[in-house]
Design a protein around this ligand. Structure first.
Ligand SMILES: N[C@@H](CCC[C@H](N)C(=O)O)C(=O)O
Length: 269
């Protein structure tokens, strides 16, 4: 079986080609692979009758998840090269995603439409998704009281803060990740709006911790920022591992993510 070690803007993946050999790792095996290969997520490519591939995703803690934006761009890069097509379709548990090449070797993925209903995220009860009540950290810090929430096929909470570097994300992230407001847990973004076209973002990922980049997290931050009229509908997201351009298109409500992808090495097991 072929295995690729790749990253998308620093978000690290071990991708297993399970199209002709079955790959059904146990939770412990996923954890071990993630540790050995220094991966934030493990991905299996499986055959799909209608799409170019079915993509199964596990977080480093062994939990299976339905969406991963940066891994979708990595898989897109592999399949575009392999098939010679202009665009490829990737089936995930959450949606059918399309990937295509952009300028300068970058890869774009159409991530579909954001879901805004409280049941879609999901939240434990009906709340205003523009600012849910979580109150972590010192109570007099208004920045940590009400994150905006959205689903990009997976749940995201985004705190808009004055300066991202003022926050200890390794300490705060876990407090929100399994807060009772989020029955399925949540990915936790800390976003600093620099100007209407630029956001600095760090993400504590559910099941993976602080990563160098989170694709769905970047989409979520842009959608929440544009929904609150803090930014335009297209912005550059500056993450620890690189930059992503996110466009939330007005015409079709879909979110397009463009950014770098790197093949670190490939091997066979
Ligand atoms: N790295 C990802 C997101 C992976 C899944 C996430 N941790 C979750 O539990 O939903 C991305 O690039 O989107």
């Amino acid at each position: 079986m072929k295995v690729w070690k790749m990253n998308g803007a620093g978000n690290a993946f071990a991708i297993f080609d399970a199209r002709s050999t079955s790959f059904v790792p146990s939770t412990d095996q996923v954890r071990q692979i993630a540790k050995d290969m220094k991966a934030d997520q493990i991905v299996a490519l499986e055959r799909d009758v209608a799409r170019d591939v079915f993509m199964r995703i596990w977080n480093a803690d062994g939990t299976e998840v339905s969406a991963c934006g940066n891994a979708t761009r990595c898989v897109g890069k592999l399949l575009l090269a392999e098939t010679g097509k202009d665009r490829v379709t990737i089936q995930t548990e959450a949606d059918v995603l399309k990937a295509f090449s952009a300028d300068n070797g970058l890869i774009t993925v159409d991530m579909g439409s954001p879901l805004m209903g409280w049941e879609d995220i999901p939240l434990s009860e009906k709340m205003d998704v523009r600012g849910v009540d979580v109150k972590i950290g010192p109570i007099d810090n208004p920045w940590l009281a009400r994150p905006a929430v959205v689903s990009m096929g997976n749940p995201h909470a985004v705190f808009f803060v004055k300066n991202v570097d003022d926050y200890d994300i390794r300490a705060l992230g876990p407090l929100v990740e399994w807060h009772p407001t989020f029955p399925e847990g949540v990915n936790v973004g800390f976003a600093q709006v620099i100007d209407r076209q630029t956001i600095r973002l760090r993400v504590w990922e559910r099941g993976a911790g602080l990563t160098k980049a989170c694709g769905t997290g970047a989409c979520a931050a842009l959608v929440c920022a544009a929904r609150a009229k803090l930014t335009d509908r297209t912005a550059k997201l500056i993450l620890d591992g690189g930059e992503l351009t996110i466009e939330w298109r007005e015409t079709d409500d879909r979110v397009y993510m463009t950014g770098p992808v790197e093949l670190e090495f490939e091997t066979e097991i």
